[in-house]
Design a protein around this ligand. Structure first.
Ligand code: DAH
Length: 330
């Protein structure tokens, strides 16, 4: 093949190489040890000395030209490869968000946090207990023996672990009273918020998994007046000063006397919030606390219901539908 044609082919191939790797292959194909231009050197030997000199010169020039175009092509290809990489790694630091999308605490979490703040402000500490309990903590130590009719009113969800112990999802937060008194000497001032469970079917005012907050005070010379005062202070701190409270006689095995407490509504009515009372001496004794020396009061109410009242929701199930359009409003 004549040199000019070969040179043309080589420069065309170099120009057409799409990337650095194919360029290297093209270069080797023409200028490498076994390259087609390199091979032309062998042919020079058969020429007359003068012709050989001219042909050698022409071949060197051609090879130098190909090498030069290849170098130029390599520079171009390297530059565009770098530009491509930079474009891929580019971060637009001037980008702005139209709306700042922040998450927020769930309504029930907000109510629970607020309650904790209010009670901590009144000198209480926050206690916790397990969600799965034995019959001792959920019932017996709270003065609800096996035969007691009150057991039936708790609609308990049992966990089948077999004998010998009866195990259940706690049906109220009252077992935390027992756990606290077993582990702590009086004076005791605690609140225990947490999840509780009953076999209830969900409707506008019930959830089978709900939240309660328990309060327990054990100290010397505690009276029903201290209980009423504590409930009033917390209701004012939580709902505002215009909301009133009242106690109505009721019955709970773990308190004697017992009461239910209501809060006033804007339309002049009353809404039941929870139960309370003076801790039954049997309960203190069950936890190794001498009822002659110490007295206590306790209360318990639903946090979800509190959120429903505070935000005037029509249906408690709104709290668990997890519709962000609803939750975002609070
Ligand atoms: N544990 C009761 C319930 O879930 C509520 C309650 C009533 C708690 C009176 C108390 C109490 O601590 O003294 O229905």
């Amino acid at each position: 093949m004549d040199l000019d044609t070969l040179l043309q082919e080589a420069t065309d191939a170099v120009a057409a190489a799409p990337d650095l790797e194919s360029l290297a292959v093209v270069e080797r194909g023409f200028l490498g040890k076994k390259g087609s231009l390199t091979a032309q050197k062998k042919l020079l030997g058969s020429l007359e000395p003068d012709a050989r000199k001219a042909a050698g010169q022409a071949l060197n020039d051609a090879m130098a030209t190909v090498a030069q175009t290849a170098t130029e092509r390599r520079t171009t290809l390297a530059a565009s490869a770098e530009a491509e990489q930079l474009a891929g790694e580019r971060l637009d630091l001037t980008e702005t968000m139209d709306e700042l999308q922040r998450g927020r605490a769930h309504l029930v979490t907000q109510a629970r946090d607020r309650l904790e703040d209010v009670f901590v402000g009144m000198g209480f500490t926050v206690a916790e207990g397990p969600e799965v309990e034995s019959a001792w903590y959920n019932f017996e130590a709270l003065n609800i023996p096996e035969w007691h009719p009150a057991r039936g009113s708790f609609d308990t969800i049992f966990v089948e672990l077999g004998e010998p112990e009866q195990v259940m999802l706690r049906s109220h937060t009252s077992p935390v009273q027992i756990r606290t008194m077993e582990n702590q000497k009086p004076p005791i001032y605690i609140v225990a918020p947490g999840r509780t469970f009953r076999t209830d079917t969900a409707d506008a005012t019930h959830l089978p998994a709900f939240n309660q907050i328990e309060g327990l005070v054990v100290d010397r010379n505690i009276s029903l007046g201290d209980l009423a005062g504590t409930i009033e202070s917390f209701v004012h701190a939580f709902f505002g000063g215009e909301v009133e409270t009242r106690l109505r006689p009721s019955y709970f095995p773990f308190t004697e006397p017992s009461a239910e407490f209501d809060i006033s509504t804007p339309d002049g009515g009353w809404l039941e919030l929870g139960g309370c009372g003076v801790v039954n001496p049997n309960v203190l004794a069950n936890c190794g606390i001498d009822p002659e020396e110490w007295q206590g009061f306790a209360f318990g109410f639903g946090i979800d219901r509190l959120a429903v009242m505070r935000y005037q929701l029509d249906d408690i199930r709104e709290l668990v539908n997890n519709d962000v359009r609803f939750l975002r409003q609070f």
